[in-house]
Design a protein around this ligand. Structure first.
Ligand code: UGA
Ligand code: MN
Length: 284
């Protein structure tokens, strides 16, 4: 009996060690997914687009990734009402979903902003890869940018997540973007602010919570790009946003062959915070 018991516990121990090894090894499994998806894996469709024009020019194409969840409509209501105050925004809302949300569609119609509503689910290759850090909002930015590049001759592009906080003064600033403008973003990591460092009106470096050998350690909310400049630097810029968590901004900007000299500092030489990387607490 005692011998049987010992055998039992030994087998339990052996079995758990094997399980532990399998789990631990899977953490180190290399991710064999490309950072740029094969074109046939991307699927975008336009739910609807308004023919309204903005009241002032140039138009800012504010590209917002969003996805279905409890907080979605609350976030988009707050953001949409901010954008109404700006006057020069065409809102490109791109859903990480297979279907056009009727709640989002109703909100867009109700607001009366110029808008384009599209769906652009994350390709299955990334979902199936179960990446440790899943890049968020990439399919939406790629689809939104594709739509703008295909349908709009000129304007300014800005990638605005649905949960950030935007001061309406930001829109006047970024409307003047001739190439790539940059400005501080509040609440990044443990730092109160992430910002380009400006000396004598020129960007000479960056201050950020996380450098990781990035040439442009900036947040997605910290820059805007002129559409003509974008086309002149990379006609396929719509394919330049990578599926690489944490490196989306850097890879995208490097794909425009950007140099520090090209950057136009905004927000009074980057001394003012006009956008914050706020997060909404999620209820499980
Ligand atoms: C930070 C950056 O601010 C993002 O620009 C960047 O895409 C992201 O990290 C990343 O590298 O993954 P964070 O606040 O941590 O963003 O992430 P979320 O706010 O949860 O997501 C960013 C955007 O993607 C949001 O607009 C969100 O609605 C959207 N999203 C999120 C999706 O479209 N699908 C998802 O499954 C999750
Ligand atoms: Mn966020």
């Amino acid at each position: 009996m005692q011998r049987n018991q010992r055998m039992f516990w030994l087998s339990v121990l052996g079995f758990s060690s094997i399980i532990y090894m399998v789990v631990a090894l899977s953490k180190f499994r290399p991710n064999n997914v490309p950072i740029f998806p094969p074109p046939e894996t991307e699927e975008t469709s336009v739910c609807s687009t308004s023919t309204l024009a903005t009241t002032t020019t140039p138009t800012i194409f504010f590209i917002t990734p969003t996805y279905p969840r409890r907080e979605q409509v609350a976030e988009l209501t707050r953001l949409g009402q901010t954008l109404l105050l700006a006057g020069n925004v065409h809102w490109v809302v791109a859903e990480d979903s297979d279907t056009c949300s009727p709640l989002v569609a109703a909100l867009l119609t109700r607001l009366g902003l110029p808008y384009t509503h599209i769906t652009s689910p994350q390709p299955n290759i990334y979902k199936e890869a179960k990446l440790k850090y899943n890049p968020r909002g990439v399919s939406s930015r790629r689809a939104g940018l594709s739509w703008v590049m295909e349908h709009q001759p000129e304007g300014v592009i800005y990638f605005g997540d649905d949960d950030n906080t935007y001061d309406i003064r930001l829109f006047k600033e970024i409307a003047t973007t001739k190439q790539v403008s940059m400005f501080p973003v509040g609440f990044i990591g443990i730092q109160g602010v992430s910002s380009p460092i400006v000396i004598d009106g020129k960007v000479v470096g960056f201050s950020d919570d996380w450098f990781a050998q990035r040439k442009f350690p900036v947040d997605m909310a910290g820059f805007a790009v002129n559409l003509e400049f974008l086309r002149s630097r990379n006609k396929k810029a719509n394919r330049a946003m990578p599926y690489k968590a944490g490196y989306e901004e850097d890879v995208f900007l490097q794909n425009l062959n950007l140099t520090l000299e090209d950057i136009e500092p905004m927000a009074s030489d980057c001394t003012e915070v006009l956008v914050w990387h706020t997060k909404t607490v999620k209820e499980k």
